[in-house]
Write a protein that binds this ligand. Structure first.
Ligand code: FES
Length: 182
């Protein structure tokens, strides 16, 4: 008697539908997708930060500290200038102090305020003729050379010139031990 089942005796039977495998597959793909998006969201800003640091290397720029008349001869005075690369988030830290020593006439030395040990601001003491660092006792002579304590070298100098009666310094990039002439 002939069978009524059309698939009977056929070698191409469909495997039974495994809904668990399909669901596992879907969850796996979903996980990979979410991880890829999360990785991109985290990674792109980080890559952008490093790339922009390379592409937009800040260059020092000339900035006036004002008339040379405000700096008496044979004296050291603090001057403050605005960071040319300031952003809104910088607030008051965009005001950068430095020490200006005027020997005589147009003979100036402009020192970065940062101690060459770990960067604390140094202060000038007229009586002792020393720059002293409050953090770890670093001391510098009046020409900025190292006198005592942990700093590995003297104070950094800013390149400077006198232009139309004003003292102008090359600023915008703070020197560091790795790049002392920045
Ligand atoms: S930061 Fe000035 S001595 Fe350490």
């Amino acid at each position: 008697m002939a069978s009524s089942d059309p698939n009977e005796g056929s070698s191409h039977e469909m495997p039974p539908y495994d809904w668990r495998a399909t669901r596992r597959d879907f969850i796996l793909k979903l996980g990979v997708g979410i991880n890829s998006v999360a990785g991109a969201l985290i990674g792109i800003p980080i890559i952008g930060y490093f790339v922009s640091a390379i592409v937009q290397k800040k260059q020092p720029t000339w900035i006036s500290l004002g008339s040379i008349d405000q700096f008496p001869e044979e004296a050291t005075r603090m001057a403050v200038f605005m960071n040319p690369y300031r952003t809104q988030a910088d607030g008051d830290t965009a005001h950068i102090p430095c020490w200006v020593k005027r020997a005589h006439g147009e003979n100036f030395t402009v020192f970065a305020i940062n101690c060459t040990h770990l960067g604390c601001p140094v202060r000038w003491f007229e009586q002792s003729k020393l720059f002293l660092c409050p953090c770890h006792g670093g001391a510098f002579y009046e020409d900025g050379s190292h006198a005592a304590g942990p700093p590995p070298r003297g104070l950094y100098h800013y390149e400077h010139k006198v232009e139309k009666g004003e003292l102008v310094i090359k600023a915008g990039v703070l020197p560091t031990l790795a790049d002392p002439n920045a």
